[in-house]
Ligand binder design. Sequence first.
Ligand code: UD1
Length: 424
Amino acid sequence: MAKILVNNSGPLHGEVWISGAKNSVLPLLAATIMTSDTCVIEDVPDLADVSVMKKMLMKYGAKIDDAEEGTIRISTPEIISCEGDRDLVQEMRASLFTMGPMLARHGKIVMPMPGGCTIGRRPIDLHLKGFRALGAEVVEDDENEVVTVTAGPEGLRGDVIYLDFPSVGATENILMAATLARGTTIIENAAKEPEIIDLANQLNKMGARIKYAGTDMIRIEGVGKLSGCIHEAIPDRIETGTFMLAAAITRGDILIRNALPGHVRPIMAKLKECNVDVEVTPEGIYVDARDRELNSTDIKTLPYPGFPTDIQSPFMAFLTTVDGSSVVRETVFENRFMHVVELNRMGADILIENREALVPGGKKLKGAKVRATDLRAGAAMVLAGLSASGTTEISEIYHIERGYENFVGKFKALGADIMKISND
Ligand code: UD1
């Protein structure tokens, strides 16, 4: 199994270019199967999760041309299967994003239960509630761990759907399904993440009639047909946050290019509270943590525009190194503190009480053998390793490769002492 070795690297310095957003690209690709026309998606990062989505769509009948780096041309002249592939679904929970589009285009989807990051119970009840509200029949076969969703003979019809929690995936699935439903759909308490707006923008280019994406009440007027489009994904705000923290934890300075400051406001605000200098310049976001006394702050994760749960573990790694103690509260996922065990192997002494982690701060972390317990936790381990003494050896790095493009290469270019090794 491949591993990443990280040595204390001193202050990182330089520029980094942010890739297209993984969490945008996955639904953007899924949406393309709602038309038989060709769609062109640009700024697609080279990631394991993107490969899984491509394979998933090809099983349904998509034809994909990805010869040009960063661009995917995709057309689905006809649907040849409506069964989700169990292995692919286990590999990536976002395979679920194909349910809404398949239901809209084909009227049926048979989906094995999903896998993905092991960050707590991740039910799909809200997705299914949405499909039911649109008039679909949902049959859950618990024994075989399969869900079958079927539209009636006249297809889907619009309705008002209230989400008990502003789930990103459920909002995206319902949004896609509703574009081809008869009549009007309103999603109440919808997720407001930038990736939802990106998806709505692509769908509108394809001929959908979606209004107010980015608010908690999205309105969709169903249309009879969608057509092709050219669409460029937004930059990855989580990758942006990760490199902001790389500057902070190594007490370095990094100019982050192709970042949208409006998408990372809570991360900028929290870093400033810790006395890190963060400036928005015409070239990008400049983060400078050199020669400064850094202090603690508390973090509470929330749906957008609150502090992103995906940056909780990288930020926690940073908080172990500043003066004073911090409280990190996770409210989005049930069990997203698995990185705490790994950080503690490096001497962090973090305590967990229910959904709060008490981070003592002021630690000189020591290199250790640690695991990337999920995608973002893996990033946190790399950050911790950069600032720790000695060598940190990170296993299970396939999690990192799911969601960060050229992670090791980008860190090397900033002066990090990091390498990927293969133990085969
Ligand atoms: C997406 C992101 C992920 C991010 C998360 C929250 C993608 C590919 N992934 O995941 O990186 O961490 O948003 O910002 O975009 N829930 C239910 N029932 C449901 C659906 C969700 O109870 O039917 C709960 C989940 O268990 C979780 C919370 O809602 O506690 C948030 O999940 P959700 O917003 O759906 O996250 P994902 O779309 O899976």
